[in-house]
Design a protein around this ligand. Sequence first.
Ligand code: 5AD
Ligand code: SF4
Length: 465
Amino acid sequence: MRQTRKLHIKSYGCQMNVYDSHRMADTLAPQGFVETQDAAEADLVILNTCHIREKAADKVYSELGRVRVLKEEAAQQGRKMVIAVAGCVAQAEGAEILRRVSDVDLVVGPQSYHRLPALLDGVAQGKKVVDTEFPPEDKFDRLAQPSGAAIRKRGVTAFVTVQEGCDKFCTFCVVPYTRGAEVSRPAAKVIADVERLAQAGVREITLLGQNVNAYHGDGADGRPWTLARLLYRLAEVPGIARLRYTTSHPLDMADSLMEAHRDLSALMPQLHLPVQSGSDRILSAMNRRHTAAEYLTAIERMRTAQPDMAFTSDFIVGFPGETEADFIETLRLVDEVGFCGAYSFKYSTRPGTPGADLDGQIPEALKAERLARLQALVQSHQDRFNAGFFGRSFEVLFEREGRNPGQIAGKSPHLQPVQVIGPSHLIGEVRRVTVEEVGIRSLFGTLHGEPVPAHAAPMLVAAEA
Ligand code: 5AD
Ligand code: SF4
């Protein structure tokens, strides 16, 4: 039997990194690595990094400063701690990381995670290792599958990457450089992953891709499948109650996807559709290849197919050349759609992207001012959206115990956090709930058809770890 070693993984950035971190843990489990939440006791610390904005990359270097101290403390106790940097900063910076932080042992890009055991062997031989290749083999075929216990520990919702990379080259974005060209996984592999997750108790699957709605994986019939076709098939997997997907691009909003939302009750009525700006001039400078009007048309088509649909988006303020008039167009688009939430960011210059060389870079103070105005407007829409749920009933998938004893927490179809008083054996189940209070971050409701326990606290049976 192999010696047990402790692994600490810290994930930054998007959900794809969360998924990748799980797959790295699964791949290292047969090597004897067991996960720990405490970096100080780890034999291997992996920082799974994000490069999308400058601040995200800066965070990694400051975290490395902290991990170095832990490594020194471990050395004083006679333990060797290996520090690995994975993810998009690893891909973008490569050996530069080793030059800046000499305590780092391994730098591994997102396409090489299946090689981790071999790369760690190199580290064990005293080498500093960098692997930022885009290898010809398919990492998904070589990454280990999670055990049933590992799946259960992660809960009743799971991510599955179906598409990775991007060929769209928006002028602000590093993704086409860090994640490479767009690649879709074959449908049969995705189906097998979802079946395995469902058998271990997962009830909700979120399909991940940088351009997930451009999915075109090989189907069983030898022809490419659309995302819609994949969703129809996954809705048949026994045990799967809910399907979601993210992130979509406005250029790839096929009719078949709208039809899937119309037809599939398992497909949740919620779409994350980044628009970035409401100004056609800025959209063109960003190389988004659609206008604001075309974006609004996509939203309308979706609403026609599924009237209950709720939308979230991403915005960038202060892209080079953005005037007050351009920014007002963005605010106008927010009002027109009425998003139930959004992520908004100040434009961050990314070396190597075309946006970095554009004239008309916007001062930080002006970016901050626009960001605050945009966020206030989005918040007002979000508050109105949530307030509209007072007294409404809908189904909730319960995911975990709630903040207070006796509470259980889950998500609405629109991804709102919901808390109710209820027994923990309902975790993993879908139940109808009526909303009785709209809080700042959560909706509070009562369960249908379930007696509310008289003494909530004794009902607290620990959820399966
Ligand atoms: N600056 C600011 N925001 C960015 N995003 C991507 N690149 C940048 C950048 N250089 C945002 C976009 C994208 C989200 C994932 O991150 O809004 O949709
Ligand atoms: Fe980046 Fe644009 Fe590709 Fe999205 S579509 S990953 S923003 S280049």
